[in-house]
Design a protein around this ligand. Sequence first.
Ligand code: 4UW
Length: 544
Amino acid sequence: CSMFEIPKQIVVQGLPSLKPIEEISTGEIIYRSLLSHNENHPALINGTTRDCLTYPDLLSKTCSLAEALRHAGYGQGTTILISSKNHLQFLVPIISALYIGATATAMNPSYTYYELEHLINISKPNIVFCSKEILEKYIAIKSKFSFIERIIVIDSPFSTLKADCLDDFIGRNIKSIVTRITTTPVNTREQVAFIMYSSGTTGLPKGVMMTHRNINAVFNTMQDPRMMHQDFRSLCVPPFFHAYGLLSTLSALSINKLTVFMTEFDPKVFLQSIQDYKLTRLFLPPAIVVFMAKSALVLQYDLSSIKETLCGAAPLKKSTEEELKRRLNVEELRQGYGMTETSFAVTINGLGVHSSKPGSAGKVVPYTRIGIRDLNTGEFAGPNTLGEICIKGELVMKGYCGDPEATKNAFSDDGWLLTGDVGYYDEDGDFYITDRLKELIKYKGFQVPPAEIEALLLTHPDIIDCGVVGIEDPRAGEIPIAFVVKAENSYLTEKDVRKFVKGKLSPEKWLRGGVIFLEEIPKNPTGKVLRRELRKMVTQFKSK
Ligand code: 4UW
């Protein structure tokens, strides 16, 4: 009898689903939605530039690009990469890829060559779609990886010798713009729709494989009237290259709703957009909820259209939640808890009931079961007992791309995803996330894997050992701090180390928490960095 065989009542079962998961491709679901919309309704609005893409625009752009890709020889077996700040064209290659059974992968545009190399080696894209701002970086990447056949720039009307623009690529491959397509049927349980990146509970970033079935289950969940108001216009703050931003926006497109987004967060554009477009549903990271709860600017706008606010990707304080509810009279502030490995939120506050509990991440979503494993005994625990959150169900990823060992380690022997997060549930089945066992640091909701910073630091000739942990920060949630053992006779300074990291990694991974020099890094007998000890040391050093 495995230790995971447990009495059923200890595991919290999600709400019964209202409909079965569709067995057609995610591309077909989105295609039918776009097709059913004949009027010139906006699908996407860039709040920063106020540019708009209507549903008929999106239909013709995605159908035409999909046919052009087919003509150029792409389809099932192809991986397309998209990398850009949020942009009107960002989702076009993604939806086109879904139509033709190709896999899409998205990368943070601020990632450096050093960070990209690692991710590109995981997903091995054949085509890169990127913004012109970061074209040079991808030209350098393409020269190193022979599987990348072409680069297409999404926001320029001009082609160059090194990269096509979107319209030229389409124009060279199809005779005229099309608005109908036959989508490629896929095995929804097997075919990978998206590869997104996460370090999981340990180590370097890995490629999370989400199947069409995973995404179709997300769509059903988002269309569940018990979960959220179904008459909505949403504002998406998270980036489209993250599961939170990508899936919340695709879900809205799959039922003909409007999403307003921003190229990057700007408080005035954010507030003006809510006021002008009378937005009802906001997808936010905790840092923006803090801003809304505290900033005086917020009071200068009419935000009365807001009906519900979804917040996730990092802990949200109960006091912040209460402050915001009081201040803006928002009907529902729903904290959600999810991870890239679960495609979307697996718990959402206020689910199935009319008022949410402040401080809670809420109830389990349909198609999902969550258990709490006692940290000492490994047994599944009942209500009000702390333990590791373990998840099963239709939202859970297929595995890590090209990494069977990491996939195996991510699951228990009988198939529970081990999240590395600590929490409990109460008698009503409402979940609370209290701590993180895993190495991960979250800077403004972005993943910062300590192992990645450590691996980089160890390439410095003057650094012989190191350990990185996160420390609390009122604005960003957490910021990384490094402990460094320098080589004998080295004159390495904190400034040198910070500069070194700045040169190689994207801004969320910069050592904003500082650098502390040690004689030795505390490790366990097998050589694993004892991060708990390092965290204790931070308190000691800071109080000095
Ligand atoms: N409280 C405490 C929380 C919480 C949290 C996440 O970057 P990833 O892999 O993924 C995400 C995804 C978030 C998300 C997606 C879709 C959605 O609808 C939604 O609802 C609001 C949220 O963040 O990081 C996963 C890790 O982030 C932490 C936790 O450690 C988790 O394993 N995290 N949400 N409410 N911590």
